[in-house]
Design a protein around this ligand. Structure first.
Ligand SMILES: Nc1ncnc2c1ncn2[C@@H]1O[C@H](COP(=O)(O)OP(=O)(O)O)[C@@H](O)[C@H]1O
Ligand SMILES: [Mg+2]
Length: 258
């Protein structure tokens, strides 16, 4: 089992899109996959067709009171795939504020996952993080074995990764656990854009083979599938976005086994 935090402190770099679509591609290949929506914007939840505002229980309840609401109780199966979602909610922001003063505030998700894994097994877990480096993101990092960092090929996105690297180093040092970089993913790539090419090259130079060979091209079908509340492979299998995420799944599986 790999537990992967999908992180970047910048918003709009395709963290949520990557979580939903990579997860669906792996599930479609038969891997039991769990997606966790740790963002108070709950875009992952809505994008998978679940109306967070109508839910009785969501991740905020699990974080605040795991004895009352264990993680297992809030899972939703997506389509007919072995794909499960722990839904987010606007109140995650409130949960974060409530947790902050507690000494175990960064360990809440990890503890809940450990309880879940006593009863359920998954091949892959992906955690969609908010665009910040606060307590919620720390929960994701503490719970994860790997990091996946999506980034636009833009200069400011690149600068954000520097901060992220520093935070990862800091957290890893303080907590004495190992977390591996699964990979850096170039998203929203525009064909024939010189600037994108230049920055992509810089990122490859800096992160070497940690940058996925697969690039996610800009493709409006990805946004449309999100609005329709389903992963792109179920919405338009032939779209570039669907093919890109299929290829990413393939690359990740090859890396994991090879
Ligand atoms: N490859 C892409 N091409 C076009 N639009 C994309 C692509 N990836 C994501 N988007 C859109 O860009 C917006 C931001 O993506 P999102 O995954 O929500 O980013 P984040 O979670 O990092 O904030 C969303 O509206 C999404 O549908
Ligand atoms: Mg998001």
């Amino acid at each position: 089992m790999k537990i992967v935090a999908v992180v970047n402190q910048k918003g709009g770099v395709a963290k949520t899109t990557t979580t939903a679509n990579l997860g669906a591609c792996l599930a479609a290949r038969g891997y039991r996959t769990l997606l966790i929506d740790l963002d108070p914007q709950a875009n992952l939840t809505l994008g998978l067709g679940i109306e967070w505002y109508a839910l009785e229980c969501s991740l905020n309840h699990v974080l605040l009171d795991p004895d009352e609401v264990p993680l297992k109780n809030i899972l939703h199966q997506i389509a007919d795939l072995p794909l499960y979602l722990a839904p987010g909610h606007l109140d995650l922001a409130h949960a974060e504020a409530m947790l902050m003063p507690r000494p175990d505030s960064a360990y809440r998700l990890r503890n809940s996952l450990e309880d879940l894994f006593k009863e359920e097994t998954f091949d892959w877990v992906f955690i969609d993080c908010p665009p910040s480096l606060g307590t919620l993101t720390q929960n994701a990092i503490v719970a994860s074995s790997h990091l996946l960092i999506p980034t636009e090929p833009k200069f400011y996105a690149f600068a954000g990764m520097d901060t992220l690297n520093k935070m990862i180093v800091g957290l890893t040092k303080g907590l004495r656990f190992r977390i591996e970089l699964l990979g850096v993913l170039l998203t929203m790539y525009e064909r024939g854009t010189r600037l994108h090419q230049t920055i992509a090259e810089e990122i490859r130079e800096r992160f070497g083979d940690k940058v996925f060979q697969t690039v996610i091209y800009k493709n409006v079908r990805l946004s449309e599938s999100e609005v329709e509340g389903m992963p792109i492979i179920l919405f338009d299998r032939r779209a570039t976005g669907a093919q890109n995420y299929e290829q990413l799944a393939e690359e990740i599986l090859n890396r994991a086994t090879g």
